[in-house]
Ligand binder design. Structure first.
Ligand SMILES: NC(=O)c1ccc[n+]([C@@H]2O[C@H](COP(=O)([O-])OP(=O)(O)OC[C@H]3O[C@@H](n4cnc5c(N)ncnc54)[C@H](O)[C@@H]3O)[C@@H](O)[C@H]2O)c1
Length: 197
């Protein structure tokens, strides 16, 4: 199917399963090639498992089944050097970047024994990881000269605190989207902010 999206390239974090995978497969169905990154290991203070390398491989297979190309890489979004390495591999492969989806995110559901550890895991992924993603993708998108989109996934808990600390963390993440990230992306990018709750 050839349309507005065909031939474009999307960088998606947290792409091994869930919404990240869904974004990858949907965009692939519109002819978008994918750079997919995921941590593929658990975080110590998070009380459910993250995706695995097998999950990321399944995303690869699903994208390829749509007829699109994909570069996959394992990186923690909080690790800027590792994230850059995956992005650079994708850029070397595809030669352009049009779309970035900062989707990787974690939450703590149960009471925790070590709130500092939980804080660090959540902030590292939901705030530093989102900032790293936007910081790394902005120049390749600008350099392409044909526009692009940076999409940041948040939560309704990013709009209104719910009393639990990880939800307040999400609020900070929301603030980062609203205020700091457009600045980080420089005045060369137009800002379109939408909310889906
Ligand atoms: N599912 C919901 O109801 C819901 C509600 C509000 C917000 N969200 C947000 O939407 C996004 C997607 O949610 P989902 O339901 O698909 O979650 P999910 O847990 O199924 O997927 C998140 C993916 O991110 C990866 N990931 C986690 N930490 C990472 C890190 N530090 N670096 C790289 N990858 C990492 C995980 O391995 C996983 O593959 C997340 O940001 C989540 O917080 C989801």
């Amino acid at each position: 199917m050839s349309d507005f999206f065909s031939g474009k390239v999307a960088f998606i974090t947290g792409a091994a399963r869930g919404q990240g995978r869904a974004h990858a497969v949907r965009l692939a169905s519109r002819g978008v090639n994918i750079i997919a990154v995921d941590i593929c290991r658990d975080l110590p203070a998070i009380d459910y498992p993250n995706a695995t390398r097998a999950d990321l491989d399944e995303t690869r297979d699903l994208v390829e089944a749509e007829g699109a190309k994909i570069v996959t890489g394992v990186a923690d979004v909080a690790d800027q050097a590792a994230l850059r390495a995956v992005l650079d591999e994708g850029l070397a492969h595809f030669g352009r970047l049009d779309i970035a989806i900062a989707n990787a995110g974690v939450v703590r559901y149960s009471e925790d024994d070590d709130p500092i550890a939980t804080w660090n895991d959540v902030i590292n992924t939901n705030l530093t990881g989102v900032w790293n993603t936007c910081f790394l993708v902005r120049q390749p998108i600008i350099d392409g000269g044909h526009g692009g989109s940076i999409v940041i996934t948040s939560s309704t808990a990013g709009i209104k605190g719910t009393g639990r600390h990880h939800h307040r963390d999400r609020r900070y993440r929301h603030l980062s989207r609203e205020r700091h990230l457009p600045d980080a992306a420089s005045g060369e990018l137009d800002r379109r902010t939408g909310h889906v709750s």
